[in-house]
Design a protein. Structure first.
Length: 151
């Protein structure tokens, strides 16, 4: 093991807040991060963090509370205790589709775009470029739309 990884080798958890700690890419095979669980269709399911991976970094990202600067942390969960991801109900999917459509519908021209409108303008890019900001908005019920599925 290299000297750079040695400070993070603490399987007993005696040096790093009581959590077993491993260097980058050296965690036991039965443990996974939230992202790794999500990629496999799983979620932690309320289980506590059982270990952590630490590594040296040049940015502030990934830093946990109480951890020295330039150290990244990823928490690990037991795959055996993970639960399957929950499936959204049809009503939830419909609500998401409606919200995503609202983010694409321009209040000025009433056209549904194939991108989310920039928040800084509040209108589609065409209306912003044409200087139509401040024109009377089109009622959503009378607005022309394009047939696109948000999902």
């Amino acid at each position: 093991m290299s000297k750079a990884r040695l400070p993070f080798w603490d399987p007993s958890g005696s040096r790093h807040g009581g959590l077993p700690t491993y260097p980058w890419q050296m965690a036991p095979p039965g443990l996974a991060t939230k992202r790794q669980l999500a990629a496999d269709g799983l979620r932690p399911g309320g289980q506590p963090v059982c270990a952590q991976v630490m590594w040296r970094t040049t940015t502030n990202g990934g830093r946990a509370a109480g951890v020295a600067g330039n150290v990244g942390v990823a928490y690990l969960y037991d795959r055996a205790l993970a639960k399957p991801k929950r499936k959204p109900s049809p009503a939830q999917l419909e609500a998401i589709a409606k919200a995503l459509r609202a983010r694409r519908l321009c209040p000025q021209c009433g056209i549904e775009k194939d991108y989310c409108l920039p928040k800084r303008y509040g209108v589609c890019l065409d209306c912003h470029e044409q200087g139509q900001v401040g024109a009377h908005p089109v009622e959503p019920s009378r607005a022309p739309t394009t047939a696109r599925s948000p999902l």
